[in-house]
Design a binder for this molecule. Sequence first.
Ligand code: 5AD
Ligand code: SF4
Length: 433
Amino acid sequence: MSKKLFIETLGCAMNSRDSEHMIAQLHEREGYETTDDLKAADLILINTCSVREKPVAKLFSELGVFNKKKKEGAKIGVCGCTASHLGEEIIKRAPYVNFVLGARNVSKISEVLHKDRAVEVDINYDESEFAFDDFRTSPYKAYINISIGCDKQCTFCIVPKTRGEEISIPDNLIIQEAQKAVDAGAKEIFLLGQNVNNYGRRFSGDQEKVNFTELLRRLSKIEKLERIRFTSPHPFHMDDAFIEEFAKNPKICKSMHMPLQSGSTKVLKDMKRGYTKEWFINRVEKLRAECPEVSISTDIIVAFPGESDADFEDTIDVMKKVRFDQIFSFKYSPRPETEAEHYTNIVDPEVASDRLSYLQALHTQILDEKNAQQMGRVYRVYFEDLNADNYVSGRTDSNLVVKVKGSEELLGEFRDVKITAIGRTILTGEILE
Ligand code: 5AD
Ligand code: SF4
């Protein structure tokens, strides 16, 4: 009988891809199959996120639960970003943990499995050219890493300390991986990196300097590849050539993530984001001029240290001007080893909560107004998931989630769908024959 692996993945899409890599290595080299049943598992992995404080606190309570419920002799491994930044301390606080594997050491999963109390968290380790075994959760959409690490110095962000310096993966490896996924039936690829449009900044070996715009051009030549998505681009690197390629290349999905973080130029400076409120709005205007159908999503942090009422008003002003299609909004959370951790001009927690609620209520209103216009519209949908009650869901080019009545045959297929009902997170439609 094969050994069983239970894996929990927190955090971002990069973590999801890291989990796929670990599943692949453990399957090919160690004979593990995944299970959803914690009690049946021989190996329990938590792939952690440390971007905000809450998930880190949750980790130790969760580890306690896993330790109680696990079957006799089962191993527990802590992987990912919290593993990188806490390292040894995890085993000190939870001595039943068998190994700790950092976000930049994923390829060593087989190694740590066979060592007692191994801690592999070197953030200078270079895995940019490592040939991982193959495993994909979805046969329809392939996540592909295009870089590891992050060179930015945003003062709120722990990621450079958990994923190390930025190294781009050679374009020929990315193209090969995309081709392989497409040959296996995927019609969509999703390129991943902390800073995708800074691609090509540094490679580990000698190699032609290819930038992100050129990478997109090269990937779009893959026959039978129909859709390319990516996350996350940085507003600072959104030059005209990139925006123009985005707009005119028919394989690139017309959905752009533009992490604003704050609408105040002063706060952006304190965050070391490298752009101003005006630059951000200017990029949105350029993008919409080139590509009127684009949908734009964003990340916003409220109550960064020193954020005044007037600074917050600037964020609201950008919200009203841009009218984002989707926002991910957070209260600032101080993180260890970051510059902002030492800032003393903390915003009152009650004010922070009020600002977050205000921002989210404003966005709900914007979303409802936008959604009201969706009724009766027709979209091309790529179906990816089976839902309850005989529904199948997929995404439009602009990243709207749409469900229709249907079954497996629709998975991996494109259909034109007319919207018949509106929900905040999912639209319902009917397939046009
Ligand atoms: N506090 C709150 N939110 C944060 N993010 C990153 N670091 C922090 C922090 N210290 C948010 C940013 C980023 C998203 C992934 O998480 O908005 O874009
Ligand atoms: Fe992803 Fe950042 Fe969380 Fe690491 S800390 S898992 S890079 S979101």
